[in-house]
Design a protein around this ligand. Sequence first.
Ligand code: NAD
Ligand code: IPM
Ligand code: MN
Length: 352
Amino acid sequence: MADYKITLLKGDGIGPEIVDQAVKVLNKAADKFGFGVTYDEALLGGCAIDATGVPLPEETVAKCKASDSVILGAVGGPKWDDQPGNNRPEAGLLGIRGALGLFANLRPSVIFGPLKSASPIKDEIIGDNMDIMIVRELTGGIYFGERGKSEDAAWDTEKYSVAEIERIARVAFDMAMKRNKKLTSVDKANVLESSRLWRKTVIEVSKEYPEVELNHMYVDNCAMQLVRNPKQFDVIVTSNIFGDILSDEASMIAGSIGMLASASLSGGKLGLYEPIHGSAPDIAGLGIANPLATILSVAMMLRYSLGQPQAADAIEAAVSEVLKTNRTPDIYEDGMNKVSCSQMGDLVCEAL
Ligand code: NAD
Ligand code: IPM
Ligand code: MN
């Protein structure tokens, strides 16, 4: 029987409550599909600063590297907002992405049927099966470029190498080949030199994928097109910062940021799986956070890292079933049962 070693980085704010629900569901899936899971916890973010003085202790990197995959809640919060630049919780998150070489971040924006009416976008605009895959470059660009400050100025630099663009482009083209063979590369090539290299390189890589229909879009237009006509998109590939922003926007089409899962991949089996949202300090500890983004991240882990696609499908089907009648407050609609974070976890387990 396969036995997977999973490192849990619960993090800050709502992190621990949502990860606990994801663990419940993973355990249930393990029982049902006949595999084992052993867990180890490690510190990342504000909780790590409190315990050790730094957001990413060495021990955390070692534990993650020694595991089959990592589940992350979220990091950050007002308590640590005045920490000096590189000692913030968020720097720990960038650090672990860098240390594990997680250059490809998959952020699927999928509308679950029962949630269509919870989306602020009109039904006819969403269509019947909106399903966009945002492929975000995760270890380059302005997040990792040279930065600095003087007394009266501060700067961050957006820099991409051909090799970095090629490898993320290949992930996106491969993804498009498995889907509807349509790829939109999003950049700001009308202004930025780094974007002009991005576009030129994506065009070069496209020659390896003659079946994929490629188009290019400026990021400002893309932000608008996502709400005007989301159905036009299949796979979107973009830089670190544009992907960060566009994926939060895409999450609202799917009803709530509490629904959007993600996978951060390195090309090997090890991946880091986390919701795209943050630590939601405004609702932390109230027991009302939506755990579904984290639960759906577990489904992605089963699919992309652990080779258990049936378990992944079953979790997604269970989520869809539960959403017919049960909602956390962020996706609540009249006539539904209003449930807490842990009740939602229990309901998904029952549906499984
Ligand atoms: P956020 O995503 O934490 O919250 C934005 C809004 O969405 C809040 O009103 C919050 O209550 C709501 N929300 C988020 N997740 C939810 C869920 N699961 N269920 C219900 N409502 C949910 O973004 P923010 O407020 O800009 O950031 C808060 C902190 O989180 C910051 O310190 C930020 O740096 C950090 N952050 C961390 C990650 C991460 O760890 N991956 C991602 C984004 C932000
Ligand atoms: C995300 C978050 C992070 C990012 C922050 C917390 C560093 O917003 O995962 O989307 O910008 O990548
Ligand atoms: Mn973000």
